[in-house]
Write a protein that binds this ligand. Sequence first.
Ligand code: SAM
Ligand code: SF4
Ligand code: SF4
Length: 353
Amino acid sequence: MDSGEAVTLPHMVKDSWGRPLRSLRISVTDRCNLRCQYCMPEENYVWLPRENLLTFEEIALLTNMFSDQGIDRVRITGGEPLLRNNVAELIRMLRQNPCIQDIAMTTNGVLLSEQAQALFDAGLHRVTVSLDTLKPERFKSLTRRDTLDQVFEGIASVGRVGFSGLKLDTVTMKGYNEDELIPLLEYGKQVKGEVRFIEYMDVGGANDWSADKVLSRKEILKVVSEYYGTVEHVEEVSSAPAQRFRLPDGTTFGIISSTTMPFCSTCDRSRLTADGMWYLCLYAKSGLDLRKPLRMGRSREDIRSIIQSVWETRKDRGAEERKELEQVSGRGRYIDIDRLRKDPHLEMHARGG
Ligand code: SAM
Ligand code: SF4
Ligand code: SF4
């Protein structure tokens, strides 16, 4: 692979609906130290073969090719990204690319306190920690691990080492944590983190999903405004998935309404798995293997033009299609469990959230 080729100025490639390619979510591992019911309901999984995992050098090279096509935002995710040995080194490498303006990470927070300083020193811009409950017993029953204290320590370490812009992502589920919206918002104020409520989605291994467990954007707003008073919509032009709102005291929070009000029409995100498969949508059932051309030594220009031609044909609007099904045949299980067991790429924990 020739990495010494001249970098040409990025140009913005658009898909068949005019959506640019701006943001890349890079999953660095499919492994996880939690077993959240909505993501990894089983204990054992078929893992991606180790020899197929991209090295940090390979991830950085591919990111350079994506940035040639307009990517300027990267999110490191997983599985649990902090399980990947020395992931701070990857951040350091990605920071060498001047086109990448923003490098964020989504983590479950369990290993964060021990790595936060190294991540900050490496140049990570922002951290999002997933936090669905403040109650230890509930955390244990949701994740099948007893590590909520470590998550709290991880969250506390974010500001301590110097990060700003902390976000706390909460998957809201009826019958599970709908009674914690207000305590979570109050906790967010304490730790200076913006809470984002995410509607429960029927992606990948979320085989226990059903419409009646989804706490919708509308219901979330009702609970929050009943407690705090008028909740104001923050008007902003953005392709970010969260719509933001402001409480009377100025605190902001977000709602990611992927299930009841999908936002596919502005989606500029795609996903790279730890073994180099490129997915154009969270719901995509097939992806493009970029590891193969990379390891065959195809040039930067070749791979860049593969990326361009594939993005130009993109028509994906997975969440909207799932929603439309509600009017037609009903929203049954998205992917059959046997198929999920055979192909780890179909899982949320393989392609990142
Ligand atoms: N392990 C890390 C974590 O949990 O933050 C990163 C990977 S995880 C797949 C990324 C995000 O996806 C998490 O915030 C998680 O809550 C979210 N997620 C996973 N399954 C989901 C589902 N069925 N519906 C909505 N969000 C989900
Ligand atoms: Fe939970 Fe993230 Fe692990 Fe999925 S990948 S089980 S959401 S911690
Ligand atoms: Fe983008 Fe697919 Fe999510 Fe729609 S469902 S917002 S197209 S990733």
